[in-house]
Design a protein around this ligand. Structure first.
Ligand code: HXC
Length: 257
């Protein structure tokens, strides 16, 4: 395989990415980040892939950015290098990404999960932004995406104290889509991704893009975007097929190979 720190596997129309740096609890060093982004882009470019699952190990989804790699760096170095810039490509993938989180999702690990469209959590999952304890703040979206997910007061408590929360609290707070027993996590994530991948690909892209508009724009602008994108689905054969299939009481054929 072209990758050293991740495993990739295509099953049907779903691309799977497994972070595989167990000795460091999947801490996101430069190479691991590059491999994740590169695998995500390759799946995104493949029209036979309709959804992506990203997961870690039973112990850790990812324990954050690699602290040892950052420890001796200084301001100018970080400013010129902009080491986390590539993540914006991951968060802009058009293919929906399901994060399957077991164990630690801390710092950059929590932020990586929040770049995904759906977060399924094992009951063993722990989420948090403990950067403050290291004398830094979140740098991959934590101060922006966490308040949008859980509200400003819970986000502020987590970011300012570094406290972590378990899966149940994360679900109550709105950070996770659903909590499942740990031994069912991967099957649930695969099933969720397969369901998405069975839909019309251009319609799935449009739905993801409209959902992203909800995060990035004000309501009036988001509603305008939705109306355009919704109306555009009526230009697709998949709309005709989907609605005729309903009327004819059969499953739609969206033309997947
Ligand atoms: C580098 C890490 C790491 C990390 C764990 N390891 N997290 N290495 N960067 N983020 C390494 C440990 O050093 C150790 O290596 C091995 O993984 C196992 O970890 P342990 O600590 O021995 O495991 P455990 O006692 O079970 O504790 C698990 C843990 C703890 C609670 C998750 O590892 C932890 O607190 N990790 C750091 C979490 C964190 O602060 N994340 C935010 C990072 S900053 P050795 O070789 O010693 O055995 C961040 C910033 C984002 O993400 C962008 C802005 C800067």
């Amino acid at each position: 395989s072209e990758y050293e720190l991740i495993l990739t596997e295509t099953r049907g129309r779903v691309g799977h990415i497994t972070l595989n740096r167990p000795e460091a609890l999947n801490a996101l060093n430069r190479q691991l980040m590059r491999e994740i982004v590169s695998a995500g882009r390759a799946y995104d470019a493949d029209p036979d892939i309709g959804a992506i699952v990203i997961t870690g190990s039973a112990k850790a989804f990812a324990a954050g950015a690699d602290i040892k790699e950052m420890a001796e760096r200084d301001y100018v170095d970080m400013y010129l290098d902009d080491p986390f810039a590539e993540w914006s490509e991951f968060s802009r993938l058009r293919t929906p990404v399901v994060a399957a989180v077991a164990g630690f999702a801390l710092g950059g690990g929590c932020e990586l999960a929040m770049m995904c469209d759906i977060i399924l959590a094992a009951d063993t999952a722990r989420f948090g932004q403990p950067e403050i304890k290291l004398g830094v703040i979140p740098g991959m979206g934590g101060t922006q995406r966490l308040p949008r997910a859980v509200g400003r007061y819970k986000a502020a408590e987590l970011v300012l104290t570094g406290r972590t929360m378990d899966a149940e609290e994360a679900e109550r707070a709105g950070l996770v889509s659903r909590v499942v027993p740990a031994d069912e996590l991967l099957a649930e994530a695969a099933a969720t991704a397969e369901t998405i991948a069975s839909m019309s690909l251009p319609v799935v892209y449009a739905a993801k893009e409209a959902l992203q508009a909800a995060e990035e724009t004000v309501l009036a602008e988001g509603l305008r975007f939705e109306k355009q994108a919704f109306t555009a689905t009526f230009a697709l054969d998949d709309q005709t097929e989907g609605m005729r299939a309903f009327r004819d009481k059969r499953s739609p054929d969206f033309g997947h190979r």
